[in-house]
Design a protein around this ligand. Structure first.
Ligand code: COA
Length: 337
């Protein structure tokens, strides 16, 4: 049977370190507030004043993943690019990355599922592989948030959370009798939650999609979030999706070696861990260093854990899962072979 396995990972973290104290210099916030509410200590943003889009960070992460897999760009059958901060409105960052990789006709698909973008991408890659449409796929999650955040006190609840970054994975279909690779995926969405976490402008639904008045006088081109509502929804949906995947696969929760939640808020992940009665050491968190890098957060976490040899041994079973804008949520159970 054909199984989808992760051949390699890579990540790109931009150079500009932004501490909580740095943010407190430009808006009314404090290191104490940010740490207490989110666990975040610092994040990285792209350098000021340079032109650098999601595909540029994605390219850096992709080159590392490709090299580790021993693949040339020409070996790829397909590229899937997850981002909520595309380089330009259209075409998608996947096409831009494809060109930067020197490719001429390899298909590229953008996924706009925000915090669960990587999960939707991996599930899509798994389906492409199992249906025979592609066999070697590059998946990228990349975000440049910093150029689109309200850095005044008005935007402090959202702005302190987000970091820039990219993660990439090379995945491949292999014929095997082993119960390994992507064991199961579960994806969900509820568009009823769209307004609880969104960026409205530019908006095709408006007679003028980018009204200058709205940009000058309102915050409608910046992300807005009903933080406490999102927090509560996340804590309802993450346990639900965990139970769903356990039922679907028949794998008991204590056979999962490492949990990789999307890095939205350390408090969400800690509450999840306590609710599910999981050993704290089994839940991977790095939001303290990087903030919330949205579509990049899970592949960056996986890359870091693999670099540290925390996971990656034959038989290691990991759970990748998350909740975010859309609302969207999901989980993927994966076993290394
Ligand atoms: N610094 C200082 N004070 C801040 C602040 C900041 N950065 N942001 C908000 N505040 C203030 C608020 O104005 C409010 O003040 P008030 O009580 O005088 O009105 C107070 O802190 C509490 O704000 P609230 O929004 O209720 O805080 P919270 O405990 O809900 O924490 C979040 C805010 C954003 C950290 C939290 O709600 C969260 O993480 N939510 C989920 C995020 C998420 O999962 N997103 C999905 C993926 S992006």
């Amino acid at each position: 049977m054909k199984r989808t396995i992760i051949r390699s990972t890579g990540k790109a973290i931009p150079s500009r370190l932004v501490t909580n104290d740095d943010l407190a210099e430009i808006m009314d916030t404090s290191d104490e507030w940010i740490r207490q509410r989110t666990g975040i200590e610092q994040r990285y943003w792209i350098p000021e004043g340079v032109e650098m889009g999601a595909s540029d960070l994605g390219l850096e992460a992709s080159k590392i993943a490709l090299e580790r897999a021993g693949w040339k760009p020409e070996d790829l059958d397909f590229i899937i690019f997850a981002t909520l901060s595309p380089d330009i409105t259209f075409p998608g960052s996947g096409c831009l990355l494809q060109h930067k990789l020197g490719l001429k006709s390899t298909p590229a698909l953008d996924v706009r599922q925000q915090c669960t973008g990587f999960l939707y991408s991996l599930a899509t890659a798994d389906s492409y592989i199992k249906s025979g449409l592609a066999n070697k796929i590059l998946i990228v999650g990349a975000e440049v948030h910093s150029t689109g955040l309200d850095k005044s006190t008005r935007g402090r609840d959202v702005t302190v959370i987000f970091g820039d970054g990219a993660g990439a994975c090379c995945v491949e279909g292999v014929e095997t009798d082993e119960d390994a690779g992507v064991l199961a995926s579960v994806l969900h969405a509820d568009g009823g939650g769209a307004e609880a976490l969104m960026v409205e402008l530019p908006a095709s639904r408006l007679p003028d999609r980018l009204p200058l008045d709205a940009i000058n006088n309102t915050a409608r081109h910046y992300p807005v979030m009903n933080g406490s509502f999102v927090f509560k929804q996340a804590l309802r949906k993450l346990p639900e999706v965990t139970k769903e995947i356990l039922t679907k696969t028949g794998v008991p929760i204590d056979k999962i070696d490492m949990f990789f939640p999307h890095q939205a808020n350390l408090r969400i992940n800690q509450a999840y861990q306590q609710l599910m009665k999981i050993d704290e050491k089994k839940v991977f968190n790095n939001i303290q260093k990087y903030g919330n890098t949205t579509a990049a957060s899970i592949p960056i976490a996986l890359d870091e854990a693999m670099e540290k040899n925390l996971v990656g041994k034959k038989g290691d079973t990991i759970f990748l899962f998350g909740f975010g804008a859309g609302f969207t949520w999901g989980g993927i159970l994966y076993r290394f072979m």
